[in-house]
Design a protein around this ligand. Structure first.
Ligand code: ISE
Length: 341
């Protein structure tokens, strides 16, 4: 990694919403990189994306041939969650930097395997797509906390609502697929590690499946004395909504309410609500890709790493235990290998 002689040739695996967004960002909004390869099970979609990137991108037969190709310097991985770990391991085997959409894996064992393999290599090659860390509205909150503007953080209040659950959603997958964002954001924004989790869930009338606990309330205790209360609701219906407020002993700070201006009309004041994460986080996705490419040129990754991905899955697993047991679960933070200190 590092010392690329010219533009970094990126291969994009998966051409759904996220893969398409990252490919378009790389080819139109980010300097120092180009989309050199694309692959997807749906070949015609991959062909369309290669053309729309306006480059001479190769459409690869499958993920392995893209990762192994000498013309590909780095990989963006946006396939279904349960394929991430195997493909990240293949990137590590080929010594290729990989930007992996969250979650890093779907099991703690697979995530630990990635951390061990990377630590063995002795250099970071993996970044995880926790894009809230690049969202200007979240970054404003983080800067205010870091500058001491609200004093000592004592409570974090989070909301994470999806308009509708995707087919096949289970109570557990909500924690692995969605809540990993909130677990990561909590650690990142207050700079404290989580030490205890407690989760309650309910099956709301909006849930298509009578068993799934589609609204979950996660309570956390963090090491520095801060508590957290986070709602994750995947059938909110009205739109996609991510909100965060941190209460400190000298004030509180909350992410700015919208990407759009406040409209006052017919005795109502309103902001639009986005439909999904692609609409809510456009700036974050550009900053995340731009920074990743700059870091690759500089030879040092600075974004959320395999360790963060691993910890988020360990936490999700503790949340699953808490959901099943109905009890508070202590969370013991494992010792970081030197690479992640
Ligand atoms: C989705 O997969 C995402 O990655 C979104 O960022 C997240 O907010 C949503 O809950 C997930 O389902």
């Amino acid at each position: 990694m590092g010392a690329y002689s010219g533009e970094i040739s990126v291969g994009v695996i998966g051409t759904g919403g996220m893969g398409t967004r990252h490919a378009e960002t790389l080819s139109s909004a980010v300097s120092g990189a180009r989309v050199a390869g694309v692959t997807d099970l749906d070949r015609s979609r991959a062909e369309k994306l290669a053309v729309s990137c306006g480059s001479d991108a190769t459409v690869f037969q499958d993920e392995q041939s893209l990762i192994q190709d000498d013309g590909i310097d780095a990989v963006v991985l946006t396939t279904p969650d349960d394929t991430h770990a195997g493909l990240v391991m293949e990137c590590l085997r080929c010594r290729k930097p990989v930007f992996c959409e969250k979650p890093l894996a779907t099991t703690v064992e697979d995530a630990r395997g990635i951390v061990e393999a990377e630590a063995e290599l002795g250099r970071k090659l993996v970044q995880v797509g926790f894009m809230r860390r690049y969202d200007p509205r979240h970054l404003d909150v983080k800067s205010a906390i870091d500058s001491g503007a609200i004093g000592q953080p004592v409570l974090l209040k989070g909301t994470h609502r999806n308009a509708g659950a995707r087919p096949g959603t289970s109570s557990e997958s909500i924690l692995v697929n969605s809540a990993v964002h909130d677990l990561d954001a909590a650690r990142w924004i207050v700079g404290q590690e989580i030490e205890e989790v407690y989760v309650r869930g309910t099956n709301t009338p909006a849930a298509p499946d009578g068993e799934v606990l589609d609204l979950q309330v996660i309570q956390l205790a963090l090491g520095g004395g801060c508590l957290a209360n986070i709602e994750v609701y995947v059938n909110a219906g009205y739109g996609y909504d991510v909100d965060l407020e941190v209460v400190g002993d000298a004030g509180t700070i909350r992410v700015a309410p919208a990407n759009a201006p406040l409209l006052r009309k017919q005795r109502y004041a309103s902001y639009p609500v986005e439909g999904d994460w692609l609409e809510r986080f456009p700036a974050a996705y550009v900053l995340e890709m731009q920074r990743w490419i700059e870091d690759l040129h500089n030879g040092r990754l600075t974004g959320p790493d395999a360790w963060d991905g691993y910890i988020s899955l360990l936490l999700a697993e503790s949340c699953i235990s808490a959901l099943h047991s109905g009890s508070r679960e202590p969370f013991e933070n494992p010792r970081r290998p030197e690479l992640y200190l």
